[in-house]
Design a protein around this ligand. Structure first.
Ligand code: BGC
Length: 452
């Protein structure tokens, strides 16, 4: 039997994001975000659902922190809503917004749960979008002003900071396919959004080093990675995989760790791919303290001439379980991915900042319980895969389950449940699912139960 024991100081957390759980998005003087606008525009989301109420975490945060404590977690990854802090994105500060996050952080610390704050999880102030959003070069300065404000407010208590959550999704969903806010679909915009996200990240990391927050805290970035596998070993399919991998996995990591974009991006974007000044690339390549990786699935790809701009097509793998978001359950790719990052980028300290699955859950509890065996199995297999990576020498420091609560799954509204805690949206009642109990037992045993 394999011994799955994790290090004593391993970080065991859960993760959420502001717009997905907080509700009350415009309370206490907050400005509107692009997600507020996008979700209030008919036709953009499942049943036109919005984050107006979500999990009402803005008012119930103490109960939610109590649940984290009950689960035995020692860390919590949340995001800060920029328009709660600066309603217009820049300029006037909204102290009440800061106060909310300050209360949350104090509540976490009172229960020995380490706060891990993400500065940007997709809810850009609407007022900044009106000035071009991520397409405007000035956004790097706007982002830094906001970041410096948060380090001043919470830097004495928060030890882990992420600049961005999943810049790939921001660009791909927000500027290329248009299925996410701000809903643009423009080949020429996507590389510009990418570049400004990375400039904002680099500039913020550079500034962080000169703030008092850096005495106590560490800074990194969180990316979502999906290992790409070829459908066959034909040269066309191998080329397709190279492009898919460059686009999703190396587009952000190569600039951050190596100071240049992958060559394939020129091939993918053609005339839409601009030349960038060397000084931008130097700014982007700031040393970071850790890398956050969100892992959900892998993708098998094959060449397809009509699928622009990548000319690849995803090939479903029906022999494996698919989650409700049609993601193949494939845990061994997590181990492989962590090894790949370790080898290619010089063994950075890594946190798995998101991992989890949407599966159908029964709408009502039976005897006060929600049984979610598929999700339990997903966690068991992926935690084992994470342990395999540790055993192979990956500097893996922690793991955050996505998500603490069932929540607003962006364009898919409340139709997909990712929580290890069930939320009854009509009463806001929380019920820890079997997966939450299982995760709790993994934490309590420092992994030992994974061997059983
Ligand atoms: C995002 C979350 C999202 C989750 C599941 C990640 O891409 O960071 O906001 O809910 O995946 O789709």
């Amino acid at each position: 039997m394999t011994n799955y024991s994790f290090p004593q100081d391993f970080v065991w957390g859960t993760a959420t994001s502001a717009y997905q759980i907080e509700g009350s998005p415009t309370a206490d003087g907050a400005g509107r975000s692009i997600w507020h606008r996008f979700s209030h525009t008919p036709g953009n989301t499942w049943l036109d659902q919005t984050g107006d109420i979500a999990c009402d975490h803005y008012r119930r945060y103490k109960d939610d922190v109590a649940i984290m404590a009950e689960l035995g977690t020692n860390a919590y990854r949340f995001s800060i809503s920029w328009p709660r802090i600066f309603p217009q994105g820049i300029g006037n500060l909204n102290q009440k917004g800061i106060d909310f996050y300050s209360r949350l952080v104090d509540e976490l610390l009172a229960r020995n749960i380490k706060p891990n704050a993400t500065l940007y999880h997709w809810d850009l102030p609407e007022a900044l979008d009106d000035r071009g959003g991520w397409l405007n070069r000035d956004i790097a300065d706007w982002f830094c002003d906001y970041a410096v404000t948060m380090w001043g407010a919470l830097g004495d208590r928060v030890e882990m900071w992420s600049t961005l959550n999943e810049p790939w999704v921001v660009t791909d969903g927000g500027y290329l396919s248009g299925v996410l806010a701000p809903g643009h679909a423009n080949l020429f915009e996507a590389p510009i959004a990418t570049h400004n996200l990375l400039r904002a990240h680099g500039m913020a990391v550079e500034q962080f080093r000169s703030t008092a927050a850096s005495q106590r805290g560490k800074i990194g970035i969180t990316v979502n990675l999906e290992p790409k596998y070829p459908a066959t070993d034909s040269p066309e399919d191998l080329d397709a995989v190279r492009r898919a991998d460059a686009y999703m996995n190396r587009q952000y990591l190569d600039p951050v760790f190596r100071g240049h974009y992958p060559e394939e991006l020129r091939e993918i974007f053609g005339e839409a791919w601009p030349e960038w000044p060397d000084e931008d690339m130097r700014l982007i390549k700031q040393p970071i303290d850790f890398l956050g990786i969100n892992y959900y699935t892998r993708k098998v790809e094959r060449f397809h001439p009509d699928m622009l701009p990548l000319r690849t097509k995803h090939v479903p793998q029906p022999q494996h379980i698919q989650t409700e978001t049609h993601w193949e359950v494939f845990p061994e790719a997590l181990t492989r991915l962590l090894e790949w990052v370790t080898e290619r980028y010089g063994r950075p300290p890594i946190y798995i900042t998101e991992n989890g699955a949407a599966f159908y859950d029964p709408p009502h509890t039976i005897d006060g319980k929600i049984d979610d065996p598929l999700r339990v199995d997903y966690y068991r297999q992926h935690l084992r895969a994470a342990h395999d990576a540790l055993a192979k020498g990956v500097d893996l420091r922690g793991y955050y389950a996505w998500s603490l609560l069932d929540n607003y799954e962006w364009s898919l509204g409340y139709s997909k449940r990712f929580g290890i805690v069930h939320v009854d949206y009509s009463t806001q009642q929380r019920t820890i699912k079997s997966s939450g109990r299982f995760y709790s037992s993994v934490i309590a045993s420092k992994g030992a139960v994974l061997g059983g």
